[in-house]
Design a protein around this ligand. Structure first.
Ligand code: PMP
Length: 321
C-alpha cells in the first residue's frame, strides 16, 4: 500500500498505457533502474490560469527528455506528441489545477548485468500538487552551503541530460548541506567556480546585471533559467552569461536559485565548506533579505506561468484540448 502523504492530491499514475490507483504497485526488485539509476526523467509544472490548467514549456521539457533518453541509449515506442498527450491525460485524470509532473523512462525488468540488453524501457507518469520545494519559509531567502564535492564535469558526462544515476550526487550533497544546518547545497565545478544547486541554476546580480553561467561551467541549462533570461531582457534588465566565481557570489547584490520545482528562491547567505581543512566562512548576500530584482523576477515569472502575460502565452500548453 503506497500512501500519498507526500504526494498531495495524487490519485492515479500512468504506467505503460494504463492508469493505476496511486496506492497500487508491484514493481519487481530486479528492475534494472533500481540498481544502477538507469532512468531518465523530467520535472514539469502546470499552473492554474484564467483559461484552465496550463503546462509550462511542455514541448521543451519533452525535447529534453528525448535528448536524455538518447544519451542513455534507450529505445522505446513513444514519440514526442504521444508523450505530450499522456502527460495532459495524467493531469486531467487526477483533476489537478496546479501540479508537478514527473515522467520517468527506465530500464525495467530483464537482466541485471550492467548492460541492460534484455530490459525493456518503460514509461511512467505521475502528477501531484507539490507546493514550495524548499518549504514556505524559503520565500524569505535561503542559506546555502558550498559542499566539498565538485559537480560532475561536462567532460565526464553529458550534463544536458537528466539521468537518474547522476542525481545520486545531488541527493547526497543535499543531505550533507542539511546535516550541516543549511537550507540547500551549492556545487563548485572542477575549475573551482560556482556551478549550480542540486536541482537548481543560480543567478547573481552585479551592477544591476543578471548573470548566470552555462554548460561550459558544468551545469544543466535549465528551462527556467532560459525563460528568466528572456523575461529579464523584456523587463529591461541587462543580462550576461558566463562564469561566476565564488567571489562574484559573495559580493553579489543579489542571488537566487531557479528551476521548475523551486521556481525562484532568493539566496541570502553562502557558507563555503568546499575546503574542509580551511573551516567554514559565511558570507551574507546583499542586505540578507530578498532583493528588489529577485522580487521583480518572481512576480514576472508568476505572471508568465499563470497566464497573466500575453507575451508568454507561447509557453503554455492547455491541458484541456
Ligand atoms: N540544474 C539541475 C541539476 C536540475 O536538476 C534542474 C532541474 N531540472 C535545473 C538545473 C533547473 O532546470 P529547469 O529549470 O529546467 O527545471
Amino acid at each position: 500500500m503506497f500512501l500519498n502523504t507526500h504526494f498531495p492530491k495524487a490519485q492515479k499514475y500512468w504506467y505503460q498505457g494504463k492508469f493505476y490507483d496511486w496506492s497500487e504497485g508491484d514493481l519487481h526488485p530486479m528492475m534494472h533502474a533500481l540498481h544502477y539509476g538507469t532512468s531518465v526523467f523530467e520535472g514539469i509544472r502546470a499552473y492554474g490560469t484564467p483559461r484552465g490548467t496550463a503546462i509550462f514549456r511542455l514541448p521543451e521539457h519533452i525535447d529534453r527528455m528525448l535528448l536524455s533518453a538518447a544519451v542513455a541509449r534507450m529505445k522505446f515506442p513513444y514519440g514526442k506528441d504521444e508523450i505530450i498527450e499522456f502527460i495532459k491525460l495524467t493531469v486531467r485524470e487526477n483533476g489537478l489545477e496546479s501540479c508537478y509532473i514527473r515522467p520517468l523512462l527506465f530500464f525495467s525488468y530483464g537482466n541485471l548485468g550492467l548492460v541492460p540488453k534484455a530490459c525493456p524501457v518503460e514509461l511512467a507518469i505521475s502528477a501531484w500538487e507539490w507546493g514550495a520545494y524548499l518549504g514556505e519559509k524559503a520565500a524569505g531567502g535561503v542559506s546555502v552551503y558550498i559542499v566539498p564535492w565538485r559537480r560532475v564535469h561536462h567532460t565526464q558526462f553529458n550534463m544536458a541530460a537528466k539521468l537518474g544515476g547522476v542525481y545520486v550526487q545531488s541527493t547526497i550533497c543535499g543531505l550533507e548541506a542539511r546535516d550541516e544546518g543549511f537550507d540547500e547545497a551549492v556545487f563548485l565545478n572542477f575549475e573551482g567556480r560556482i556551478a549550480e544547486g542540486p536541482g537548481q541554476n543560480i543567478f547573481i546580480v552585479k551592477g544591476g546585471t543578471l548573470i548566470t553561467n552555462d554548460r561550459k561551467e558544468s551545469v544543466l541549462e535549465g528551462i527556467t533559467r532560459t525563460s528568466l533570461l528572456e523575461i529579464a531582457r523584456d523587463l529591461g534588465f541587462k543580462t550576461a552569461v558566463g562564469p561566476i566565481t565564488k567571489e562574484d557570489l559573495y559580493g553579489a547584490e543579489e542571488a537566487f536559485f531557479c528551476g521548475t520545482a523551486v521556481e525562484i528562491i532568493p539566496i541570502i547567505s553562502v557558507t563555503d565548506g568546499s575546503d574542509p581543512a580551511a573551516g567554514k566562512t559565511r558570507h551574507a548576500i546583499g542586505t540578507d533579505k530578498p532583493g528588489p530584482i529577485a522580487q521583480r523576477m518572481i512576480k514576472a515569472y508568476h505572471e508568465a506561468v499563470t497566464g497573466g502575460s500575453p507575451r508568454y502565452e507561447k509557453w503554455l500548453t492547455y491541458v484541456k484540448g
